[in-house]
Design a binder for this molecule. Sequence first.
Ligand code: S3P
Length: 433
Amino acid sequence: MNFYIEPSENLSGEIEIPGDKSISHRAVIFGSLASGVSEFTNFLSGEDCLATLSAFKKMGVYTNLSDDKLIIHGVGINGLNKASEALYLGNSGTSARLLVGLLGVQKFESTIEGDKSLSGRPMNRVLDPLGKMGANIQSKNGKLPIHIKSVNKVSSINYSLPVASAQVKSSLILASIYADSQSKIKEKWVTRDHTERMMKSMGYPVSVTDKIISMEGKGKLNPIKLNIPGDFSSSVFLIVACLITPNSSILIKNVGINSTRVGFLHIAKMMGANIHIHNKRMEGYESLADINVKTSSLQSIQIEDSDLVSLSIDEFPAIFILAANAIGTSTFKGIKELRVKESDRISSMAIGLKKLGINTVEFEDGIQIEGGRLDGGNIECFGDHRVAMSFAVAGASAKNAIKVNNVESVDTSFPSFLDCIKKIGICVNTNKE
Ligand code: S3P
């Protein structure tokens, strides 16, 4: 399927965004490990979260998903069973990294597989520390497919994360649940903390001070009820569309604004974005709010090895669209993690921006973007949902129509993207070519 987006005169409206992808994954994982029945509303039925759900069903967890309400009959931390077949996790890096941590320390064997993109992504970042905890895992040169042997004894870990990654942190936290004694995991850069918050809300003995997560092994997880906040990362595509399109104003309601997720807000505001947060409140241990956005005149920005990188890691494709629409030349450095996402996001975005007439210079760990007015064109998204959605919203204010090819990957994180962008007035058609 392709998106064909024509320039819009203005965007407006009030909209709600589907549930947060990271929290939805954790709802399935921790709901399954809880001792009792948990209930989650506003669960994201994107392909990635459904891959996690399917894996737990294969390990004997009873679940019921109806509309966006997910009920999980948790089996307790020792209640999972060996799956009778390989666990296929599609495109989902979060499912793969978190499940390797959990399954690497079980008393049964597992096999984990993924699609072509996931099978090319680095797994040693979790395999190495898990090996220190006693896991016995065979991989294909540090990549999927992965075969996990059963283990009898799990050692606790005292580990400083060499990469800024919530997936690696969460993988080790999950493994540490099975250790005999206390584990400590230290971060150099703050990353999203949904795992720690969900465990606290389930009564697990975990604490965080000075970027060090300390947790006991063999604790208990109590079941919970949680209404999952809207996904901030999905809302960013609508925010960007509104900022760059003339005479626009939108209100996005019930969006998660956990401080470890909203680096984009700081970056966009430094560029001159007119964004206001209203009606801040808590849902369990997560914060959410309504976000009001208005058309803004954007200035270039310089981001180099900033703490903001890990707080906005999924937002860079959308931030590059802001930079392409800003006055002046923006430089982003210290973002080489973008090269090992669903696609190499530095190169995928540079190729697309060049096609739309924007000058870019690629560095090994970043990109320089000369702001201007985007022309129309025919864009590839390299199977990457966030690249596809970034170029789709860029089409709202380009000089001519933008066609984004092969956008199926959008369903991994934001299946209702098309409806949402139409609702705020973006002129988009699809064809199945
Ligand atoms: C995620 C962590 C991030 C992010 C991904 C979701 C998570 O990955 O890019 O979309 O839910 O833990 P890294 O840990 O690789 O940065």
